[in-house]
Design a protein around this ligand. Structure first.
Ligand SMILES: CCCCCCCC/C=C\CCCCCCCCCCC/C=C/C(=O)SCCNC(=O)CCNC(=O)[C@H](O)C(C)(C)COP(=O)(O)OP(=O)(O)OC[C@H]1O[C@@H](n2cnc3c(N)ncnc32)[C@H](O)[C@@H]1OP(=O)(O)O
Ligand code: FAD
Length: 558
């Protein structure tokens, strides 16, 4: 759970080579990387800049006389800072630097850079590299810093699948300005399934423990109830079970789209890039945020024992919550999706609705009302309505400010909270729709029935959570909301008998979960005692600190 020092080698270094190095370059590097003869990482973020890539300070200046790039970090803030596996494990890195050719700044480009000797593993001359120190989590990964002192690499180490610098310094542009950002888009496409998995782990622990833990009574009786029978406990956990499934389904779709994009880009078609960038930016942000919230609720649902490291939930939280920051800080990424949404509104206003992509076509279609009792399709229309309402409102606010003479960037900043709200609602609609589609495709009738219950729980929970938007313009009445609440409570109770099976179906082993509370055999109490006894503080009855500190204090006459 704490990560692996070579994780970034597989997660970003190799994918960056696959997507950005030419076939000829990959003949030299890829097989070696795959065989782990060389170990690499993805070094982009700097001490002073992570979100705003255009301001990265590391430069790669082309020297036409030697046909080399000179890598340089001119000041402290230019040091690469954060890359996983950079500090101690990697001997190579894909380094993102601002490329300068013939005094022209050509923006961020990726370079393969050797950092350490392949035999001795010592850092090479001109390179300063090390670990950035302990973090909230991921402490088995050596996130590192890296500086260059006019460090030279051959021209051919610029990753040249999509753009090139010829020996004489002629620059051949890529087919899309942001094609060098593909390693990030890849990880973002995988994050919904990855985060769904973290959420699933925490829920497995909390749900299993909630069937072992008995406390209090619902009706007066002989035996105290399992805490999972409380409606509040179900409300805390079951909507997150639905989300863990929903995120996984949405993630499968974005992974498929990324694979399709890779193929299309190789044939020169970059039309999917903007859509996938917008989609994964929003999805990454909503999913990581909701996952962190869900894991924290799972921890609290385990009461005091949830706070113990024996629950292992705090470890899962620490790793998962990193996703709110890495691969693009969540607010920054929501604003990327918002750009796409505002552009879509502008297209509609210009009478070009026909040009809208399938995920935003609903922004042009007004719905007057819904009959929620008819089922999930009507809920989808309600989600569309709230997302459309907020997207139009936020866009109009921005466009009005522009019209009033505000600079574009200032108008954007003044509208940004509303814009991020629109992005979240649009993404939650997407998640609900992929959930619905995925459940429709399930062939096994018994499985389909249980997943349909989860889907119903999800859409009722989500709609209630968005109620302010739906009430704002009278789209939903208060009696419709009462219906949504009743449905929500109905599905909590309906899911209860299947709750343990739903989490067991994820098939985490005890070794994976590392949780005393979430043990498959349910023997929680005896193992909590054994776990406590194994604490280093219990190795001796009397600690050395008693002689050193306590006794002098206790014997003092003051
Ligand atoms: C949970 C685990 C997930 C990992 C799973 C991976 C898969 C492997 C599977 C299993 C293994 C599991 C093992 C797990 C181990 C854990 C691993 C932990 C991984 C952690 C690794 C972390 C790595 C990093 O963080 S790398 C650094 C990431 N950095 C960022 O994300 C920076 C964010 N900033 C940006 O991306 C950009 O600066 C920006 C997009 C915000 C702005 O860029 P800029 O150039 O300034 O562009 P801008 O002017 O705003 O926009 C101009 C137009 O360009 C469009 N655009 C921008 N980006 C893109 C793009 N990528 N594609 C297409 N288009 C793009 C933008 O929309 C604008 O368009 P417009 O039309 O003009 O509006
Ligand atoms: C666990 C972990 C692993 C990482 N691994 C890697 C790696 O392998 N390789 C790598 O290169 N990097 C890595 N990073 C770095 C990571 O990608 C960046 O930290 C991340 O992109 C955020 O950038 P930042 O730190 O500059 O945040 P900042 O941009 O400084 O964010 C600070 C605040 O400013 C706000 N903000 C910034 N810009 C805007 C804006 N335009 N509009 C509105 N608000 C804004 C943010 O929302 C946030 O609230 C990792 C980070 C972590 C935590």
């Amino acid at each position: 759970m704490e990560g692996h020092p070579l994780a970034l080698h597989d997660v970003m270094f190799i994918p960056a080579l696959v997507a950005q190095a030419s076939d000829e370059q990959n003949k030299k590097w890829l097989r070696r990387a795959q065989r782990r003869e060389i170990v690499g990482c993805y070094a982009q973020t700097e001490l002073g800049h992570g979100s705003n890539l255009r301001k990265l300070e590391t430069t790669a200046t082309y020297d036409v006389s030697t046909q080399e790039f000179v890598l340089h970090t001119p000041q402290i803030t230019s040091l690469k800072w954060w890359p996983g596996g950079l500090g101690k494990s990697s001997n190579y890195a894909v380094v993102v630097a601002n490329m300068i050719v013939k005094e022209k700044h050509l923006g961020p480009h990726s370079f393969l850079v050797q950092l350490r000797d392949e035999i001795t593993h010592q850092s090479l001359k001109g390179i300063t590299v090390g670990d950035i120190g302990p973090k909230l989590s991921f402490n088995a990964i050596d996130n590192g810093f890296l500086g260059f002192d006019n460090y030279r690499i051959p021209r051919t180490n610029l990753l040249m699948r999509h753009s090139r610098v010829e020996p004489d310094g002629t620059y051949v542009k890529p087919p899309h300005a942001k094609i060098n950002y593909s390693a990030m888009v890849r990880v973002r496409s995988h994050m919904a399934t990855g985060q769904g998995n973290f959420l699933a782990q925490a829920l497995t622990i909390a749900v299993r423990y909630s069937t072992v833990r008995r406390q209090g009574f619902i009706e007066s009786g002989e035996q105290e109830v399992k805490v999972l029978d409380y409606q509040t406990q179900q409300h805390r956990l079951f909507p997150s079970i639905a989300k863990a499934y929903a995120f996984t389904f949405a993630g499968y779709e974005t992974i498929r789209l990324y694979e399709q994009l890779l193929k299309e880009v190789d044939t020169g078609n970059v039309s999917l890039m903007a859509d996938l960038h917008a989609l994964t930016s929003g999805l990454k942000s909503v999913v990581t945020h909701q996952t962190a919230q869900g894991i924290e609720q799972a921890r609290m649902a385990c009461g005091g024992h949830g706070y113990s490291q024996a629950s292992y939930i705090s470890e899962i939280f620490g790793v998962a919550v990193g996703g709110c920051t890495y691969e693009g800080e969540n607010m920054v990424m929501l604003l990327q999706l918002a750009r796409y949404l505002v552009k879509s509104v502008e297209q509609i206003k210009a009478g070009e609705s026909g040009k809208l992509g399938p995920l935003v076509a609903y922004l042009a279609v007004k719905v007057d009302g819904v009959d929620l009792e008819k089922g999930v399709e009507e809920y989808m229309k309600a989600f569309q309505h709230v997302s459309r309402l907020q997207t139009w409102k936020a866009s109009e606010k921005f466009l009005k400010l522009l019209k009033s003479g505000e600079k574009r960037e200032v108008a954007w900043n003044k509208s940004s909270v509303e814009l991020t709200r629109a992005s979240r609602l649009h993404t939650r609609l997407y998640i609900a729709e992929t959930f619905k589609r995925s459940v429709q495709e399930v062939a096994d009738p018994r499985l389909k029935e249980v997943l349909t219950d989860l889907l119903h729980l999800h859409v009722n929970y989500e709609l209630l959570d968005m109620a302010t938007y739906a009430l704002e313009d009278g789209f939903l009445s208060s009696s419709q909301l009462d219906y949504v609440r009743d449905q929500l409570y109905f599905y909590l109770a309906k899911i209860r008998p299947n709750a343990v099976s739903l989490v067991d179906s994820w098939e985490f082993s005890d070794m994976q979960l590392r949780s005393v509370l979430g043990r498959r055999d349910g023997n929680v109490y005896e193992n909590l005692v054994a776990w406590a006894k194994a604490s280093p503080l219990n190795k001796t009855d009397v600690l050395p600190s008693v002689e050193k500190y306590l006794k002098p204090m206790m014997n003092s006459k003051l």
